[in-house]
Design a protein around this ligand. Structure first.
Ligand code: MN
Length: 245
């Protein structure tokens, strides 16, 4: 019986993570370990710490990771790539080159007869206006076109600087579970009134959480910076696991 896997938040290439190359190798080792058993892998955002692609130019690096994804894709493993808030600007390179299926926003997927609500998670259940404005700006096509006019040397420097700053801020303030009432994603799942779902799976928070709130199972995937965590679904049970070094 094949399995389906979920991962998020590798933040590959993060300038403030000294072990980022080791993490990339470890992620590749994990991809190898699930290659035979996986029918699909869902990457729920922020796999790259910063990504901006041009029509003929893509960011340097990540060759091990991209190569392994291509290998899995060629072997028939279905790959799903959800944009996070650090890699929004993936246009169609990964689709064309690797064959991943891009998801630019949250959606409900049917997997082995169960319904999964899948999202990176930024902005969901978050009432902050400042964040909404920033998010609209980052997702705007005009802003993306203007940014693309910058020389890649300047654009990538700005991007890496911004993502480094945003990660440091997060590490200090957000690396623990705030509790049911303060976790936006938990609140979102509790209030959700769309089509019925069996599981809510999110990234973004960099915490490992697997809990049921008012009958709603919420899984937050941790990260691949120092938790090396993933969720595995075999058609019957969903488990949050770690692939430790
Ligand atoms: Mn994120």
């Amino acid at each position: 019986m094949k399995k389906v896997y979920f991962i998020a938040d590798a933040h590959l290439g993060a300038t403030c993570v000294p072990q980022t190359r080791e993490n990339e190798k470890h992620l590749v080792a994990w991809l190898d370990s699930v290659k035979e058993s996986a029918s699909a892998i869902y990457m729920l955002g922020d796999m790259f710490d910063f990504w901006f692609e041009y029509e003929y130019v893509v960011p340097a690096g990540f060759t091990r990771f991209l190569g392994k994804l291509s290998e899995l894709s060629d072997a028939g493993v279905e790959l799903h790539f959800y944009t996070g808030n650090h890699d929004i600007w993936t246009f169609n390179y990964l689709e064309k080159e690797i064959g991943v299926k891009m998801h630019r926003k949250e959606d409900v997927m049917e997997i082995m007869g169960k319904k999964f609500f899948l999202a990176h998670g930024d902005g969901l259940g978050d009432p902050s206006i400042k964040f909404k404005i920033l998010r609209t700006f980052f997702h705007s096509h005009i802003c993306q076109r203007l940014f693309a006019l910058l020389h890649p040397h300047i654009a990538m420097s700005i991007g890496l600087y911004w993502s480094g700053k945003s990660r440091k801020k997060k590490e200090n303030k957000f690396s623990f579970y705030f509790g049911e009432d303060k976790e936006h994603l938990v609140q979102f799942a509790k209030k959700y009134d769309g089509e019925s779902v069996d599981y809510f799976i999110f990234g973004h928070r960099h915490i490992m959480l697997d809990k049921t709130f008012d009958g709603r199972r919420v899984v937050i995937l941790g990260d691949w910076i120092n938790q090396y965590s993933y969720a595995e679904f075999d058609g019957e049970k969903l488990e949050l696991k770690q692939y430790l070094k």
